[in-house]
Design a protein around this ligand. Sequence first.
Ligand SMILES: N[C@@H](CCC(=O)N[C@@H](CS)C(=O)NCC(=O)O)C(=O)O
Length: 337
Amino acid sequence: MGELSDDGAFVRDTRYLDGRITADGRDGWPVEPGRYHLVVSRACPWANRAIIVRRLLGLEPVLSMGVAGPTHDQRSWTFDLDPGGLDPVLGIHWLADAYERAEPGYDRGVTVPAVVDIPSGAVVTANYPMITIGMETEWAAHHRPGAPDLYPEAWRDEIDEVAELVYRDVNNGVYAAGFAASQHAYEDAYHRLFARLDWLSDRLARRRYLVGDHVTEADVRLFTTLVRFDAVYHGHFKCNRQKLAEMPVLWAYARDLFQTPGFGDTIDFDHIKRHYYEVHTGINPSAIVPAGPDLSGWLAPHGREQLGGSPFGEGGTPPAPPLPAEAVPAGHSPLAA
Ligand SMILES: N[C@@H](CCC(=O)N[C@@H](CS)C(=O)NCC(=O)O)C(=O)O
């Protein structure tokens, strides 16, 4: 996932497998219903983006999804939640095997999300920003009726601009704080994170969504970090100036999205907490998973309707509930009681 620089700063490894699945197949990977399998972990914020976007766009019938268990063995992600420990579509136990199929001798990160070509069993791409943008653009012919436009042409520059700042200081910023190996690197990441959260609070005090008047890719990207904040980043990653629940605008914004179909129904707090606290033994050697926090506040009214806009935009409708096989298990979220 990353390494440390000389001054103890976390540097993310972004050398992905990077095939492009396109509507016209120009890179050898045509959009084709039933051909690809999206592999995720519900714990992972980068994979969570893809789970949400697939739900919002209604791509479930054309793009199947495999869910890895929340923890790793020495070869990274496994399908230990599935019967017999095998992903039912790919027939493998270790996600690493699909990386190996793509590149014999593959020796970089075995990460989620990954999109796998089902016929060959090989990972096509693990480039998470392009996975969601690809679903929003290249897969347009397969969007459900009423799907929101998550990457509208007119707003793309602004979405990209906001998303870049959010990535640097927030999405990756929490990791930079949590994995810092020097006081200086930690404090640098901490201050950049909270300065950016203040900036986002200001922006979101006046508007319901980050860009435009309905949910976009920019909101999906911010949400997946905010939803993990109090459960993991505040304690485990030492991002503790405030809890999310102590930042009123961002807390209401995050609750609004959590309560929007397609967002909160993808969230598995049990997987989230187990992954970070059990896998990162470098920073949590006991691997004890905290019992808190109390999550019931996620369902409290948020009052943000008064800011205008609507979640799915003009003519847009909410997605249907998750497929029964893909529902978050009971007890893992306040929405799955
Ligand atoms: N592919 C990206 C982002 C995805 C990512 O970091 N996923 C994490 C989980 S949140 C992962 O799969 N880690 C597996 C590992 O490091 O073994 C990266 O390598 O930076």
